[in-house]
Ligand binder design. Structure first.
Ligand code: WTA
Length: 644
């Protein structure tokens, strides 16, 4: 074993753990790799199938990386998240909603949630939504957000959620790509005490999208609302007499699509990650249970917005498939004050708390006084997701929030993976800050060199996974070739995830960060190309390149190098204008923190920008990589001399 400090689970925790030792993990893991079909077959027994599947895993076309999990099986995901629990858990709380206003609390038992989802599904049906139709969802963090996803799943409609922090332009693109027939939104919401008008924003986004036939608006706050033709208020619709309290779940094929979720990657346009019914359900269910060590009385809180994959998999599907009690919070961690999260943990006696490193870092700034005011003794387990957690934040989280008594599960995964790929089994693994540790059952992960050979111990390389797992994305919606190019072709026989990592002498994975042009700002995934294209759409900008730089709170922030058009002079006002412009085009999360005006950018002779050089400059590193293809070497010193 390596000699870094390790953190062991307490005896009491271990006793209640599903997996109690490294040996036990290793035994199950080895078997799951040797015979994945046997392993997943056992797991799938926990799912209610309307009709049994005929094979656990089958390649349909290996060249094209097309395969089936649980082929020909028929099931319904919402049935497995709701109806299935009615026999034993009808009166158990499924959802605790905590609004931004402290007194705004709503609790739904499984029975009530089942009823709400059935009604919502019936409203969708009444408005012509059928199996296979796409429905875009643009919602604040209110219960109807979660309900609308499950309602789509119930009738076989494919939901496509757009994160509500995106601007109208980005939202429009994502709705257009999905070719959605309906949009579900809310009139507005409270954000840090201010009323935000959702409906108006989103109406602008879809003005000229022909595919959208109807808009369904959930009334949430007291805000003026004007409806046009084909726009409906959910609360009015659900009151109508023909909306029944029950809705037969649609029989879905295992490989029918469940949802599309757009994310940013190396390409300018967003990619629609497509997930299917059975594999995704099986995978999120199993990973949730083991990694969070979920037991039936636990209250689990995931702070992620449902608009991201973490919300989809570990606020909605994974926990509900396990009949868990999930807490959902409407607001942000620093409003009305910096004790908000700790107050919520105390008030609702949260046992499992899952958040992002950026949240920890931003709350660490206020010291431990705000934490000490609250009784956090209900906590048993902490989780981290979205970006590497720096050891300092890890230790602070462990000591001050977990009181040195709660394991931290650092969960490494992606929109593409559906669920956790590498994460600690908390009762079995000694933890090392910053290490996501070992792969989940059935995940054959490795680190490879550029030439495809296996990297040595502690040698950084590409993190790859051999063979598909049930929760793996099936394609980029409508662009299968792009899917193959990005994920499959680089290392034949492996899925390439885009991350750089290394494996240490304990066999623990350490994830270093992205190898491509994906930038994680406060855990949110952004693509440099998208931000660059927003910048050049401003009339003053000729060219732009965007790279990350290290940021104390956000992990990474955005550094934009901008060439202005001829005759335009750099100024502070222009910096402000460009930041606002990006916020308007993409959303406030994409505002560059630094904008440096330059005369030229490092390029190859064919004119391609070499971003890794800019990244090195932004990181104050001299590690530029191979400079042999750099056409204009003098540019490095020039840019460096004016670095912000
Ligand atoms: C990064 C979020 C280090 C990684 C679930 C990955 C992490 C990308 C971790 C996916 C972690 C996520 N440690 N890095 N625990 N979790 N990442 O699609 O670079 O928003 O490829 O999914 O986030 O981001 P996405």
């Amino acid at each position: 074993m390596s000699d870094e400090k390790k953190y062991y689970p307490s005896k009491a925790f271990q006793e209640k753990a599903y997996i109690k030792s490294m040996e036990e993990y290793q035994k199950i893991y080895d078997a799951s790799i040797k015979n994945p079909e046997e392993f997943w077959k056992e797991v799938a027994k926990d799912i209610t199938w309307f009709k049994p599947y005929t094979s656990v895993f089958e390649w349909e076309d290996k060249e094209k990386y097309l395969y089936s999990w649980f082929k020909n099986g028929k099931l319904n995901v919402s049935y497995n998240c709701l109806d299935k629990h009615l026999e034993k858990n009808a009166e158990k709380i499924a959802l605790i909603f905590q609004g931004e206003e402290e007194s705004n609390v709503k609790k739904y038992t499984y029975k009530q949630l089942h009823l709400e989802v059935s009604r919502f599904a019936n409203v969708l049906k009444k408005h012509g939504i059928k199996k296979g139709d796409r429905v875009s969802i643009y919602m604040p963090m209110i219960p109807e957000f979660l309900i609308s996803l499950l309602a789509c799943a119930r009738i076989g409609a494919i939901h496509s959620v757009v994160f509500a922090g995106y601007s109208t332009q980005t939202t429009k693109e994502r709705i257009e790509f999905a070719k959605s027939k309906m949009l579900i939104t809310a009139d507005g919401s409270l954000r840090a005490g201010k009323k935000i008008n959702f409906k108006e924003e989103v109406s602008k986004a879809i003005e000229d999208i022909k595919d959208i036939e109807k808009i369904l608006v959930v009334k949430n706050i007291d805000i003026p609302l004007t409806l046009k033709e084909n726009e409906y208020i959910y609360q009015e619709e659900v009151k109508s007499l023909d909306i029944l309290d029950t809705c037969e779940p649609e029989e879905m094929d295992s490989e029918d699509p469940l949802f599309i979720l757009f994310n940013s990657g190396t390409v300018e346009k967003p990619k629609g990650t497509l997930h299917t019914n059975a594999g995704y359900l099986v995978y999120t269910k199993e990973t949730f249970k083991y990694i969070f060590n979920y037991h039936q009385d636990d209250v689990y809180w995931c702070t992620a917005d449902i608009g991201w994959i973490t919300g989809h998999s570990y606020l909605v599907y994974g926990p509900l498939a396990n009949a868990a009690t999930v807490l959902m919070y409407e607001g942000i961690p620093t409003f009305p004050d910096n004790e908000t999260y700790w107050r919520i943990i105390e008030k609702h006696k949260v046992n499992i708390f899952y958040t992002a490193p950026t949240v920890i870092r931003s709350l660490m700034r206020y010291g431990t006084d705000p934490v000490k005011k609250h009784d956090l003794s209900s906590l048993k387990l902490l989780g981290s997701v979205g970006e590497p957690i720096n050891p300092e934040a890890w230790v602070w989280y462990y000591e001050n929030i977990g009181k040195s008594n709660c394991p931290i599960v650092d969960t490494w995964w992606q929109t593409e993976s559906g669920g956790f790929l590498i994460a600690p089994f908390p009762g079995a693994f000694p933890l090392k800050p910053g290490f996501a540790t070992k792969p989940f059952f059935g995940i054959d992960a490795d680190v490879l060199r550029e030439d495809g050979s296996k990297a040595d111990v502690n040698e950084p390389g590409s993190v790859v996974i051999k063979k598909p797992w049930p929760g793996m994305m099936r394609t980029i919606y409508g662009e299968h070739q792009k899917y193959l190019d990005i994920y499959i072709s680089k290392y034949p026989g492996y899925y390439f995830c885009g991350d750089r990592g290394k494996i240490d002498e304990d066999g623990y994975f350490f994830i270093i960060g992205r190898m491509d042009d994906v930038i994680k700002v406060s855990g949110h995934r952004l693509g440099s190309a998208e931000i660059e294209s927003a910048l050049v759409s401003n009339k003053n900008v000729g060219e732009a390149a965007v790279v990350p730089f290290p940021h104390e709170i956000k992990g990474q922030a955005l550094y934009a190098f901008v060439i202005l058009r001829a005759g335009i002079n750099p100024s502070e006002d222009l910096v402000k204008e460009l930041r606002e412009h990006v916020a308007k085009e993409i959303g406030p999360i994409a505002k560059p923190d630094k904008i440096q005006f330059v005369d030229s950018l490092p390029k190859t002779s064919s004119g391609k920008i070499i971003r890794r050089i800019l990244r090195a400059i932004a990181y104050d590193s001299e590690d530029y990589g191979d400079l042999s293809t750099l056409y204009n070497p003098e540019v490095i010193e020039k840019i460096k001399s004016k670095k912000i």
